[in-house]
Write a protein that binds this ligand. Structure first.
Ligand SMILES: Nc1ncnc2c1ncn2[C@@H]1O[C@H](COP(=O)(O)OP(=O)(O)OP(=O)(O)O)[C@@H](O)[C@H]1O
Length: 226
């Protein structure tokens, strides 16, 4: 279980997070929605340990998250982070090795995730030669290759075609069903409503509501405009 408690973060005089709290349970697929600049990316980066909060705590299974806990998380960043010159499979092997897997285990994991994201036949293509949607599938594979204990994805659906959206949805649901807590941000409210059990709405650096997803688009308009 991932718990974010009273996170605060300012960049100069711009307050990005203003006491944001959130609990993400094992096996929960939680949508994270809010207007541009509401604080979603900042929250995710703090959860991952990429960014330090000014105040507040990140707990994993009830205790302060350690670097080792964070290393077990999977992250799909908003500013995609692939080596575009590298071939897809080699890159995934590299990421698995960075997570401490031995060469044989890393190779098997890379093949398994490439297969899962439907790119087994493009394994030896350089990332830059893949379409943007397929690059995103490699990015998803990179988030999955070390079998993450918690999955955090920043706008994973942006730029995907309908087949890619279905694949991303299936993979996220599958990971949650396997007991992994999954948090992802999106501006596609209908998609979040269809896919998630719960949603957290962020506004002004706080979670203004968290709970059932039913009627999300209408509720969102009320809360975020208010
Ligand atoms: N590195 C930074 N330097 C200065 N300001 C920042 C930085 N990162 C974020 N901010 C500011 O913090 C606020 C929250 O930004 P954040 O990226 O977390 O929002 P978001 O909800 O992810 O938005 P979007 O939906 O547009 O991705 C914004 O006002 C943003 O301009």
């Amino acid at each position: 279980m991932l718990e974010l408690r009273e996170l605060r973060k300012a960049f100069g005089d711009r307050v990005a997070l203003d006491g944001l709290s959130l609990t993400l349970e094992a096996g929960q697929l939680l949508g994270f929605v809010g207007a541009n600049g509401a604080g979603k990316t900042t929250t995710m980066r703090i959860a991952l340990g990429v960014l330090e909060p000014d105040a507040g705590d990140v707990l994993w299974d009830g205790r302060p998250a350690t670097p080792a806990d964070r290393a077990s998380f999977g992250y799909l960043p908003e500013e995609r982070g692939l080596y575009t010159r590298m071939r897809a499979r080699a890159q995934l092997v590299h990421f698995a090795r960075l997570h401490g897997r031995d060469a044989a285990t890393a190779a098997d994991a890379a093949d398994a995730v490439l297969d899962r994201v439907g790119l087994a036949d493009r394994a030896d293509d350089r990332v830059e030669d893949l379409s943007l949607g397929n690059q995103q599938r490699v990015q998803l594979a990179a988030a999955l290759v070390h079998d993450p204990a918690c999955l955090i994805l920043d706008e994973p659906f942006s730029g995907l075609d309908p087949v890619g959206v279905d694949l991303m949805s299936e993979v996220l649901r599958e990971r949650a069903e396997a007991g992994v807590p999954v948090l992802f941000s999106s501006h596609q409210l209908e998609l979040v409503e269809k896919l998630c059990d719960a949603v957290a709405i962020v506004s002004g650096g706080q979670v203004v509501t968290i709970g059932e997803v039913a009627g999300l688009p209408a509720r969102y308009r009320e809360l975020v405009r208010a």
